[in-house]
Design a protein. Structure first.
Lengths: 322, 309
């Protein structure tokens, strides 16, 4: 695809009363701008502008969509509405909130809280580059995921699934609040109709049922992703993707490297969340919250001699430190 | 011929219903068919709709009023549907072809034939027992057939099919029949939304215990309950066979259909013909405006609630 990306709106442009300050991010779906509302509060403005379907030259306001691309464009629009509808109903500090929804320039815009901070992904990368034996402290992981799970529980209570939970979609604000971003009932519909905008899942964080045709998705699908996020917070890297694990599952082995660094309980919970069989996982966020919140005495088990040997062999085979 | 038929299709928890079902008949032959448009490819609902239309059209053309050879009709019609999908995709310049499963049955005289491609199923129940069931063209059923036992943790991919209509390779079609029907036999055609969450035993038991007008809605409800909030589309068409001869003395049974009344060149169908099926773009300007307003309302309502609390 050599088609140039549609041009973002220039700084200064006013959209439905919100003035654009700068572009923050661009994805397959559209562009997110930093903008100011009439009372000079900062907001994030998300513009529906699928890069593979819409065209816009610099300086133009209205995107153009070729007639043959209209059906897909409209379908994507529907998904954008779904995301808006979902978020409009939810009000929780751990879920990004929608402040307004606009129709302008023949496309649509979602106005959201502007969050200042970094994604969990940024934190993981920074922490692992320090090369300590722990990426995050166990108490940090527990309290972080307690917050995330409170938000996710509300999402599930509204009969929605996130379906793309990953460190890059978990935002840590400067005042230390964890917020879930990027909701996409959207994503799911789009990829069903031919994956023209982006893949439907993020390898490593997507549960095995996400890879199947009409696999039964449920709260357990998001719970798998939560497990994978906890894994990434301990290990510094995402886990192997589900198809790889189905082929040959190295999860227990790589988790065993963390023994004595993290408590047995946290490692077990991670493995529980990431069971390949959806039924073997915690079936609700509540069940998982209970387990994560149990502040009993932490037990740490050292690796036995044979386990250490096994790990060394594995390291030799893969020829790398994992 | 006399039979009663009952069909129902529910969207479940999905955005769209990509399942289609229908039947048509002449005086001497009946076609019952069901198709499940596949996710992961474009326009699943078009795929299933085109499949049924193509099969119905060919049925109407060949059944005068009987089919010369029901088995070859089924094989040809399914292949024609496959080609129709490829043509559709080429005409519209789609980068990927819409795909569908299909299961179809022809009853002619007292003989029943059926064919399928993919994982939509047919069940034949006689006197409370399952007499026949199609085998899915899925890797999981292939494994079962090969007698491989996989540890329960590794059972996956019931949904991955190795053949369907619209795929680049020629579809694989399993043909069965003729099977001689007996009065009271029940045929059930369904999409994986039913059998995915309701066991064969329960399907058999329910279907045998009560008239199809009661058992089919009950089964569909059960599947929707079991499937939960994100339940797949659930579609069922069931036929109760009442006999090849027109029993004049059976009185006015309002539930059952008699094909006799159709005459030599009559044709009845529940499958929409091609031109009326082309659905216009679902999301028009008015719809967009309405969606935006709805979301704005939801945001305001939430804000109002927050103020109160």
């Amino acid at each position: 695809m050599s088609k140039p990306k549609p041009a973002p709106l220039p700084a200064g442009t006013v959209v439905g009363g919100y003035q654009i300050i700068k572009r923050l991010a661009a994805g397959g779906f559209g562009v997110v701008y930093l903008a100011e509302d009439p009372e000079h509060h900062l907001v994030a403005l998300k513009e529906y502008l699928p890069s593979s379907l819409a065209e816009r030259s610099p300086g133009e306001l209205t995107p153009r969509v070729k007639p043959e691309k209209q059906p897909l464009y409209r379908l994507g629009l529907k998904s954008f509405f779904e995301e808006g509808r979902s978020l409009a109903q939810i009000s929780h500090p751990s879920v990004v909130s929608v402040l307004n929804f606009l129709r302008e320039n023949e496309t649509v815009y979602m106005v959201m809280n502007y969050l200042q901070g970094d994604t969990l992904q940024d934190f993981i990368v920074t922490a692992r580059d320090m090369k300590r034996d722990k990426v995050f402290r166990e108490s940090t992981i527990r309290s972080l995921f307690d917050e995330i799970l409170r938000g996710l529980r509300i999402v599930h209570q509204h009969k929605m699934l996130h379906l793309d939970i990953k460190p890059a979609n978990i935002f840590i604000t400067n005042d230390n609040k964890a917020v879930l971003l990027d909701f996409g009932a959207a994503r799911e519909v789009l990829s069903k109709e031919g994956n023209f905008i982006r893949p439907m899942y993020t390898p490593g964080f997507a549960a095995p049922e996400m890879y199947r045709r009409d696999g039964a998705l449920g709260p357990w699908t998001d719970i798998y992703a939560i497990g994978a996020c906890i894994y990434a917070c301990m290990q510094g890297y995402p886990p192997n993707d589900a198809p790889q694990r189905i082929e040959k599952d190295r999860l227990s082995l790589s988790l065993s490297r963390l023994r004595n660094v993290y408590s047995d309980n946290l490692i077990e919970v991670t493995e529980w969340c990431m069971s390949l069989d959806p039924l073997s996982r915690p079936q609700s966020v509540f069940a998982l919250q209970k387990e994560l919140g149990r502040e009993t005495e932490r037990r740490y088990t050292k690796l036995s001699f044979s386990e250490r040997l096994k790990l060394q062999l594995e390291n030799l085979k893969s020829g790398a430190k994992a | 011929m006399r039979f009663s038929v009952y069909q129902v299709s529910r969207r479940g928890g999905r955005e769209k219903n990509e399942d289609r079902m229908g039947y048509c008949y002449t005086r001497d032959a009946g076609l019952f068919a069901l198709a499940d448009g596949m996710g992961g490819h474009p326009e699943g609902e078009v795929a299933s709709q085109l499949t049924l239309q193509t099969m119905a059209l060919q049925f109407q053309r060949d059944a005068k009023p009987g089919l010369p050879d029901p088995a070859s009709y089924l094989a040809d019609a399914i292949l024609a549907a496959h080609h129709q999908l490829l043509r559709y995709s080429a005409d519209k310049g789609l980068s990927d072809t819409p795909r569908s499963t299909v299961v179809a049955s022809v009853i002619q005289g007292n003989k029943c034939f059926w064919a399928h491609c993919g994982d939509s199923r047919l069940y034949l129940i006689r006197g409370g027992k399952l007499v026949a069931r199609t085998r899915d063209h899925s890797y999981s059923e292939l494994q079962d057939a090969l007698g491989r036992t996989t540890p329960s943790g590794e059972r996956f991919n019931r949904n991955v099919l190795f053949t369907c209509l619209g795929s680049p390779g020629k579809p694989m079609v399993d043909l069965h029949g003729p099977m001689v029907l007996e009065q009271g036999d029940r045929l059930l055609l369904c999409s994986d939304g039913l059998w995915g969450t309701v066991s064969d035993d329960i399907i058999t038991e329910q279907l045998a215990a009560r008239p199809i007008t009661d058992s089919v809605p009950e089964l569909v409800e059960l599947a929707l309950r079991n499937g939960g909030p994100r339940c797949d589309n659930v579609t069922v068409i069931a036929v109760e066979w009442e006999g090849a001869d027109e029993a004049e003395d059976s009185g006015e049974d309002s539930e059952s259909l008699s094909t006799q009344a159709l005459g030599d060149d009559g044709f009845a169908s529940t499958i929409q013909s091609a031109n009326s099926a082309e659905r216009p773009n679902e999301l028009d300007e008015a719809e967009i405006e309405r969606s935006v307003r709805e979301i704005q309302d939801a945001i305001q309502q939430r804000a109002a609630k927050q103020k109160k609390s």
